[in-house]
Design a protein around this ligand. Structure first.
Ligand code: MN
Length: 294
């Protein structure tokens, strides 16, 4: 993986009372697109609990058959997709005229808004492809906004190393006084990728009402005294007195820490469309079928 080159000086954070783990979630093996094998970590049953986040998929394989077909043309409306490629190469094209190559540590942030049709196709025939796709909801007032898109190469993402030696890549939000690649007023998303060396810990302040989770993808961590092994998502509790989270690693570990301000609006999902009412889903399907979505 290309190492982020930014060397920003973090301001120390001291969490007085850490959130605890409310629930450990095991992802579900599934396939999507033209047969890409993946693990659905955040499923629809958790959309209310983890509002404003709608989905997290983890994909990772060194078997080309698991990923080679990619995700041919498909539509989206009403939310944002954030794809973080740890390893591998994927070409993105969409009906708004955007095109980009996502690779080794890069991020693609796409706001579908009123609609795009896009494809996500691997540009590799062998080797490891590993990464994550997060779906972030849009507030009702922005669901029909114009589509937006940005690619970040790995060295364009803000990154820092804490005094404890934790390497952090900041995809969205702010942490330790540093601003991430993307900010959103309504949902205030925080998206951190953390590399914790053995014996280290990482502290992050979080507003008590923001929903938050940690997904561990290497090693294991301890949060509020509870073990969170690799391949598990820890849904963090929201006690009013907790001012953040402390993540402890006895052995080397890597995890995502994701948090955001809940929208508290109705969520109606039908496949790639996420709106507030069934009538709006009907409009999305009609617009897609009539070619008005792109
Ligand atoms: Mn898509």
């Amino acid at each position: 993986m290309t190492k982020p080159s930014a060397s920003l000086a973090p301001i120390p954070v001291a969490v007085q009372q850490s959130r605890t783990v409310e629930q450990l979630v095991t992802g579900q093996a599934t396939s999507d697109g033209a047969g890409v094998k993946l693990t659905r970590v955040l499923m629809p049953a958790l959309q209310q609990r983890l509002d404003p986040f709608l989905m997290l998929d983890a994909f990772g394989s060194d078997r080309p058959d698991d990923y080679i077909a990619g995700f041919p043309d498909h539509p989206h409306r009403g939310f944002e997709t954030v794809t973080y490629m740890i390893s591998g190469r994927m070409r993105h094209r969409d009906s708004a005229g955007h095109e980009g190559l996502l690779e080794n540590g890069g991020v693609q942030w796409m706001t579908a808004g009123r609609g795009v049709i896009h494809s996500e196709i691997p540009e590799q025939e062998q080797g490891v492809m590993e990464g994550f796709q997060l779906w972030l909801n849009l507030p009702a007032s922005d669901k029909m906004c114009a589509p937006w898109y940005r690619d970040f190469k790995a060295d364009e993402l803000p990154a820092f190393r804490t005094a404890a030696g934790v390497d952090a890549v900041l995809i969205a939000g702010s942490s330790h006084g540093i601003q991430g690649g993307v900010a959103r007023a309504a949902t205030q998303p925080l998206y951190l990728d953390l590399h914790l060396p053995a014996g280290s810990s990482f502290e992050q302040d979080l507003p008590a009402d923001h929903n938050a989770f940690v997904y561990v993808y290497r090693g294991g961590v301890i949060i509020g005294g509870r073990d969170v092994p690799a391949g598990r998502m820890a849904v963090l509790a929201n006690p009013p007195r907790a001012d953040g989270v402390r993540i402890v690693a006895d052995a080397e570990a890597r995890c995502l820490l994701i948090a955001g301000r809940p929208l508290r609006e109705p969520i109606v999902q039908y496949g790639p469309f996420v709106m507030n009412t069934r009538a709006q889903i009907g409009e999305a399907m009609q617009d897609f079928q009539a070619g008005r979505l792109a």
